[in-house]
Write a protein that binds this ligand. Structure first.
Ligand SMILES: [Mn+2]
Length: 426
């Protein structure tokens, strides 16, 4: 299914009454404070977040999975789903594929489909956290870090294969997330595991095309519960530095121990030109994979404050690969992704409202109260009319969730695909 432009303009015409009034009010207020509203709206329209192919179906836990009707059951349908998100929000202009779940059978057809929906192929993700059918070696005790050379070679070759698949589609980055680690003290020699991982990553790095990046993701625990080989940003940065200029650290919001100061991590990585990618989600306890902004919206805003500062002041850091990395156990996955996209845009818009010059002055004067007033003044602004304007300007809808429901998207997907389809994923 595809949402066409006339459905979007009809919807906007029917529901747009309040928008103009709200936007004019906010726009005047911000203009009087010296803000360039058009430039903020333009930045919001430009900001694109990749949708991971595994987030389009219902997620599960180790206790089970409750399916959601009308899930995409192949890559074409996954791209159609991203197309639906993008046509409503105009913020989801990319898809991030997971190999081996998403190996195209017909590359040209997939590329054409994506192009017709204005979807780009973002970073490709390798999978060495589970065994594939007919694999010669098992990843039970690790992949790139494994004590067995044969296992490491299989995992390296898989990553090289993923690069080749991504290259055919126009991707420009490989994301490596390892489940490698140990469940019990003494199980692993930390130094051997780390060194093996470094050597394996260097072998993969050698197969990277010149214009590609390697993004090294970290996570403190799970599925291993005693140690993880790439447990934090320091380990990721060391490994990236050990590979070379095209290797970067990838920060996933959920991959931190409780109360980690993530805004400080992204800030320093940008200073060093080593922040390559960012995965959005939210959590209460651990890697909960909840909807972005649903638990700690202020922390997300503080992170965006640093990201905006870095984007403006750190030319040494490349453009970031933005992606949502969440899971939806009880919500319609597409509605959940729309809510996440909205939360990301909201945090970004609020961060763009921060008066960086005034903040700098207050910092230099050690006016701590003023610093907080500046941040919280931006945070307390209801920026939703700016998001609506950005969507309208780009050809999207004023209210994506409401439009998704009033257009009956899920019912139509169920009609086309049937009830009991299951998307590949976790
Ligand atoms: Mn992630």
């Amino acid at each position: 299914m595809k949402i066409n432009q006339s459905e979007i303009s009809d919807y906007n015409q029917k529901t747009g009454k309040d928008h103009k009034e709200n936007f004019d009010f906010l726009s005047n207020k911000l203009t009087n404070k010296g803000k360039d509203v058009n430039s903020i709206v333009a930045k919001l329209s430009e900001f694109q977040v990749a949708i991971p192919s595994w987030a389009l179906g219902a997620g599960g836990t180790r206790f089970g999975r409750f399916g959601f009707y009308g899930e995409p059951s192949n890559l074409e349908q996954k791209i159609e789903d991203v197309g639906i998100l993008h046509s409503l929000t105009q913020t989801a202009g990319a898809v991030s594929l997971h190999i081996p779940w998403d190996i195209p059978s017909d590359y040209d057809a997939i590329k054409q489909k994506a192009e017709a929906l204005d979807i780009k192929f973002d970073a490709v993700n390798s999978n060495t956290f589970q065994d594939q059918k007919d694999a010669a070696e098992t990843y039970k005790y690790g992949s790139l870090s494994n004590v067995s050379k044969a296992v490491r070679e299989q995992a390296i070759q898989h990553n090289l294969d993923v690069i080749k698949i991504g290259d055919k589609l126009g991707s420009k980055a490989l994301t490596v997330w390892l489940a490698d680690g140990s469940c019990f003290p003494g199980q692993n020699n930390f130094q051997t595991a780390f060194q093996n991982t470094q050597d394996s990553l260097i072998d993969i790095y050698k197969g990277l095309p010149d214009d590609w990046k390697m993004l090294v993701e970290y996570k403190p625990y799970e599925p291993n519960f005693y140690s993880t080989v790439i447990q934090d940003w320091g380990a990721s940065l060391m490994l990236a530095n050990g590979c070379g200029d095209k290797a970067y650290t990838l920060v996933d919001l959920g991959h931190h121990l409780p109360n980690s100061n993530i805004e400080q991590i992204v800030s320093i990585l940008q200073l060093k030109g080593k922040l390559g990618g960012f995965h959005f989600n939210d959590s209460k306890y651990g890697d909960d994979d909840l909807t972005v902004g649903s638990i700690k919206p202020y922390a997300l805003f503080l992170i965006f404050n640093e990201l905006v500062y870095g984007m403006e002041n750190n030319p040494q850091n490349p453009d970031l690969a933005w992606m949502i990395d969440a899971s939806h156990n009880v919500k319609d996955p597409l509605e959940d992704l729309i809510q996440s996209l909205e939360a990301i845009q909201e945090a970004y818009a609020k961060a763009l409202l921060i008066d960086q010059t005034a903040l700098r002055t207050a910092q230099l004067e050690n006016d701590v109260v003023k610093c907080q007033e500046i941040l919280q003044g931006a945070y307390r602004t209801d920026v939703r009319p700016l998001l609506e304007k950005a969507r309208i300007n780009a050809g999207g809808v004023i209210s994506p969730i409401d439009a998704y429901r009033s257009l009956g998207v899920r019912a139509q997907l169920i009609k086309e695909r049937g009830k009991h389809t299951i998307a590949t994923g976790l």
